[in-house]
Write a protein that binds this ligand. Structure first.
Ligand SMILES: [Ca+2]
Ligand SMILES: [Ca+2]
Length: 275
């Protein structure tokens, strides 16, 4: 977990999450395998995660017991708390392929939000919590970005319209979006080349502005509370670490300095400012 002094801002990512559980829970001193996709509640007190295909939550104190949220034969993963903390959106293939679902954060019946025969991947809630951002490959070779009313009241709205390369990992910023665009797989370590993922800012007036230039990984953008800064994963030093970049200034800063393993699938508390 990363903390920034003012305002307090909580990022959570897989490496630190493993460390917290292993170090803070004596019974789990040997480590827990299979814990992935951590996500913080808006108040920063609870973490949701996937464990062997189901969703769990637990207090971040590391001592209180975990609570099972889903128990289904299907693969449930990638939880994301709603901005009001009442709901968790996630991805599940329980319909036969990957779709977006929502479930009460305390557990309960899950409700299907997207209904498409191809795979849908959750990005995040919009700031107001009315819509969900997701990526999906529908009708061409590229994954594009979409948003959908969380109540499923209307068909999804397509946001990007690329013919090639994937647009993924979107987050809301200043009325627009920041997202990663590239090709290849997130687990391909050390790739350099024309298919490398770069961050783009889609402004609210429809302009696309490229934010990054590093010829490698620039993925998983997460907007700061004021929308001035985007946190993301960059492998410029050879390892996936958290960096920040000023939306207007372009000023970059490296925030974590892992040297042996990297950060994958980080998330930011939906309130973006906690406690
Ligand atoms: Ca399951
Ligand atoms: Ca689907």
């Amino acid at each position: 977990m990363f903390r920034q002094a003012a305002p307090r801002l909580y990022l959570l990512f897989t490496v630190a999450f493993f460390a917290c559980i292993v170090l803070a829970t004596p019974a789990l001193a040997e480590g827990v395998r299979g814990v992935r996709y951590p996500a913080l509640s808006p108040d920063g007190a609870t973490v949701a995660f996937e464990y062997w295909g189901d969703l769990w939550t637990m207090p971040v104190d590391g001592y209180s017991p975990a609570r099972r949220i889903t128990d289904h034969l299907a693969w449930d993963y990638l939880p994301r708390f709603s901005p009001d903390g009442e709901w968790i959106a996630f991805v599940s293939d329980r319909s036969g392929n990957e779709d977006i679902w929502v479930i009460p954060a305390a557990g309960g019946p899950a409700r299907q939000v997207t209904r498409y025969s191809g795979g849908d991947t959750l990005c995040n809630w919009t700031v107001g919590g009315e819509r969900l951002l997701f990526s999906s490959q529908r009708g061409n070779w590229a994954q594009d970005l979409y948003s959908i009313d969380v109540n499923g009241a209307e068909p999804p709205k397509q946001i990007t319209h690329y013919d090639h390369y994937n647009s993924i990992d979107a987050d809301t910023v200043r009325g627009g979006l920041v997202f990663a665009r590239g090709n290849g797989r997130w687990w391909r370590k050390g790739y350099r080349g024309t298919a490398s993922y770069q961050l783009w800012w889609l402004t609210d007036d429809g302009n696309y502005m490229k934010l990054t230039a590093h010829n490698g990984r620039n993925m998983w953008p997460m907007a700061s509370p004021d929308g001035d800064i985007v946190y993301y994963v960059c492998d410029e030093d050879g390892i996936d670490n958290i960096w920040s970049i000023g939306l207007e200034s372009g000023k970059r800063r490296q925030l974590t300095r892992f040297t042996t393993d990297g950060v994958q699938w980080p998330s930011i508390s939906p309130s973006r400012e906690t406690r």
